[in-house]
Write a protein that binds this ligand. Sequence first.
Ligand code: ZN
Length: 331
Amino acid sequence: MADVSKTEKAKLYVPDLEELRAVLQTGLKDNFAEVKVSVVECPDLTKDPFNFPVRGLCGNPRVTDVGGVPYLVPVVQKHKEYDMNAISKELELPGAFILGAGAVSSRIVGMNAEIVLRCTLYFLSQLIPLVLTEADGRPAVNSSYFSSINPLDGQCLQESYSEKFSDCNFGLLGNLYACEGRPGKVIEVRAEKRTGDQSIVTALRKTLEVQYPDQSLALGGTFIIQRGKAKIHIMPREFSACPLNSDEEVNSWLKHFEVKAPLICQSVLVSKDPGLDLRVEHTHCFSHHGEGGHYYIDTTPDSVEYLGYFVPAEFIYRIDRPKDTHAVRRD
Ligand code: ZN
């Protein structure tokens, strides 16, 4: 595991859920024609379309920003690997359920039996983490997905993580929400017909930033794009041969796709960086029709329908913060 000895922790502002409901109801109206924000019991997330390994999003909610884009660009740092079980302990919540957005950077040791050739393939992809970490007497349950570019047709290839790997690892970076996975009260967000130019995640984040300019708030949770299409990206399996030094160079290296609903998106957003060099929002989505990746925004504003469940986090943890940092791809 990469060096987590320097983990930093900050307390976040957590408004009353009813207050938060009213703030989001008003703020999202600037970006969507139809908005209904409620405080509800978290639906059973073990059911379709979520199929999470836990029932809810509640119990000691916290977020973390692990590693960062500086470990991916300009040049990939292949040794930056993390274990979700160790991360849950670093978050002072061993056995936590963890969701969010991350990267897979794995060395797969393959062997061709015919010519007895061993090769180590370095492999990059988008990780959609959904992990119930190990606890005393209970092994980890890894329900994560990962998306890569299918070498056969250049299209999106979404796979179940545990069908290919037996660990709970990820690489380079992760923006994660952790909790005990219990039922409880959450914020339900229904938004339809996008009238502004912000994604639903950016609209939530900007609303909080405007309403609480002196406080740092974070939300974590899951939302479904029920109708419409969305723009996503997936990293190529191999890293760029030349260093990537700007948003433009990274953008032309990434592969972009338009994918269709229903998409189940895992999201972490922070309204204001309390000086921890954070990525302020990050969302990865999966589907049951084989498409998934890094969510930007819907591409069908007139017909899009969102349904989401979010919880305000109590703490943020900065794990393995890069020493040499830059501002490429921060939202
Ligand atoms: Zn991403």
